[in-house]
Design a protein around this ligand. Structure first.
Ligand SMILES: Nc1nc2c(ncn2[C@@H]2O[C@H](COP(=O)(O)OP(=O)(O)OP(=O)(O)O)[C@@H](O)[C@H]2O)c(=O)[nH]1
Ligand SMILES: [Mg+2]
Length: 568
């Protein structure tokens, strides 16, 4: 009360007030925020000696994780469909894969985990993520198409991730298949096939016909034998999030790959800023799993929110601790964000003149603001990335919000407040969204195929620009005689020499090579009649608006103005 603050015993007071009071009473008050301890290295927490889970005596052989990589349409999903006797390809929008998928199969009593990745250029992060969680990369190359940009990119990711590489030369059944060309290129790229004196296993397959698929699987097992893959199955589980989403009736779900330990129902997981008490575990076909040992891909429900794909998770003692740690991680991130924003604003204070001009120019530049929603975390990431890569000198694109799941009323409200458009990839609209969007005049564009959606956004950006006009010469006429009409006005009696002269066209009066006057063609007459146009070889009378002083030998050029859709 002496400080002018009236607070009851149980009320929370400001930090600085608390410090003042403590000082008055001879105490030193040290305040720690949640998360700060971690940031300072967590020195406040005593370290507990933990047994080394990776002690060789705990390690047991585990199945390999194999990533299928390659250029779009080279047959990755078909290959996996044939191996799994499934039909994923049949249900894909636009015939391309736009998600990462994880499956486990058994071949000759050995389990193999496969990860299917999209080949379309926009999903480069998914490919990289795929390569990063795997031991072996299968580079699928269509024999009728050979190496392509995403084949090269996939090879790069596989090398960077230190994966063993096996090449599947696919589509050998196709007319025009040229296996030697692929092998030649393999040699050029430093992965010469064995039969060309190199060390890379290359298997010639037809995913569609099922040719040599067993050989490919045998080769994977052979390669894996060399790698001696092991993990401890009895420690608390940890691994990587492959993909995550929101599913109706199930909340946030995530497909993960267990890397160490065995995941059990009821486990408490921590993954960055989200946590999970594992409610259900299912495989790719929806079968319920009781436990998931190392190298198993499983879909888990029970998440507090959608975890980011590609992040690692680990098991905590219980849900309470997992929750607390997730909150602390969020706190740390917020502190970092605030610090970064602060730094940015102080940096901004010392702007140069050039920066200032650039800023002004940017302000004048139009900007399309978008809210991005898509079905899974990875595709939100891919879409945002692709949208931000759209280059234009005239229009900027700003992603004001991004998320996973259906388009909600909240998104519409946000779009309305932020003057934004909603871009939905592979998602539906919640009930009532359509009418709310109509009411607020919010544009929602949706598509299930990423490149179609990106094209629509590009169109949306171009829509912001004012239309461009171009002039097109339609014809010319020569003044042969000048008539006076009534007392004051003159009309040019002309012969059309090229093209057509059109009424309401733009007229340019040229005398001795110089433009004397420019305005509209007011009157166009054939004899006594008003006409719309006169073609070359015919005589006509022309009156150019606001001009009277025609001379014989003048040329009247006629132009039409065409509106053109502006381009970025
Ligand atoms: N003839 C022939 N066609 C094949 C073969 N493998 C795949 N295809 C066809 O090639 C097309 C593309 O196959 P997908 O399996 O979707 O290719 P993908 O590599 O998964 O494509 P993305 O995931 O979009 O990168 C489909 O029409 C397949 O039927 C093959 O061995 N022979
Ligand atoms: Mg595919």
């Amino acid at each position: 009360m002496e400080l002018g603050i009236f607070a009851s015993m149980n009320q929370t007071i400001e930090e600085n007030v608390a410090i003042q009071i403590a000082t008055r009473h001879g105490c030193e008050l040290e305040i720690h925020h949640r998360g700060e301890q971690n940031e300072q290295g967590g020195q406040a927490k005593p370290k507990v000696e933990k047994p080394d889970d990776d002690d060789p005596k705990f390690l047991k052989p585990r199945p390999p994780v194999v990533c299928i990589l390659g250029h779009v349409d080279h047959g990755k999903t078909t290959l996996l469909d044939t191996i799994r006797k499934a039909n994923v390809v049949g249900g894909e929008a636009g015939g391309i894969t736009q998600h990462i998928g994880a499956y486990q199969i058994e071949h000759k009593d050995h389990k193999i985990t496969f990860i299917d990745t999209p080949g379309h250029a926009a999903f480069s992060m998914m490919r990289e993520r795929g390569a990063n969680v795997t031991d072996v990369s299968i580079l699928v190359i269509a024999a009728d198409d050979a190496f392509k940009p995403q084949t090269d990119e996939a090879l790069k990711f596989a090398r960077e991730a230190n994966n063993a590489i096996i090449v599947a030369i696919n589509k050998i059944d196709v007319k025009g298949a040229n296996i030697d060309r692929v092998k030649q290129q393999m040699q050029e790229k430093g992965i010469a096939p064995e039969d060309w004196g190199g060390e890379t296993i290359a298997v010639e397959v037809s995913a569609l016909k099922g040719t040599n698929i067993d050989d490919l699987l045998d080769m994977i097992l052979l390669q894996v034998e060399v790698l001696e893959l092991k993990a401890n199955p009895s420690c608390p589980a940890s691994g990587t999030i492959i993909e995550s989403q929101i599913e109706q009736g199930r909340g946030a779900t995530a497909t993960v790959i267990v890397e160490r330990g065995t995941l059990q129902k009821g486990d408490a997981l921590l993954c960055g800023e989200v946590y999970c008490k594992v409610k259900t575990m299912t495989d790719a076909d929806g079968n319920v799993l009781k436990s998931a040992p190392p190298a198993t891909p499983v879909k888990i429900t029970g998440w507090s929110d959608v975890p980011a794909s590609g992040t690692k998770f680990n098991t905590e003692k219980n849900e309470k601790i997992a929750k607390r740690n997730a909150e602390e991680n969020m706190q740390v991130r917020k502190l970092h964000d605030a610090a970064r924003a602060q730094q940015k604003s102080t940096e901004g204070g010392a702007a140069t003149i050039e920066d200032l001009f650039a800023a002004i120019e940017n302000q004048q530049k139009k900007c399309l603001r978008v809210i991005v929603k898509s079905d899974v975390h990875g595709s939100t990431e891919a879409l945002v990335h692709a949208l931000q890569a759209i280059e234009s000198d005239k229009v900027d694109l700003s992603v004001i919000s991004k998320g996973v799941g259906h388009i909600t009323k909240n998104d519409v409200t946000l779009a309305s407040a932020g003057g934004a458009m909603i871009v939905g990839f592979n998602v539906k609209l919640d009930n009532g969204v359509q009418s709310l969007a109509k009411h607020h005049d919010i544009r929602i564009i949706q598509h299930a195929i990423i490149y179609e959606l990106i094209d629509q956004v590009v169109d949306g950006m171009a829509d912001l620009l004012d239309p461009e006009y171009t002039e097109k010469k339609t014809g010319a006429a020569e003044v042969r005689q000048v008539f006076s009409v009534g007392k004051t006005r003159n009309v040019a009696g002309c012969m059309v020499t090229e093209g057509t002269i059109k009424r309401n066209g733009i007229a340019r009066l040229v005398r001795n090579g110089e433009t004397i006057h420019e305005s509209k063609i007011d009157t166009l007459k054939r004899f006594k009649d008003d006409v719309k146009e006169v073609r070359a070889g015919y005589e006509c009378g022309i009156n150019v608006a606001g001009y009277d002083d025609y001379q014989e030998g003048d040329t009247i050029e006629c132009f039409a103005v065409e509106e053109q859709r502006p381009s970025l």
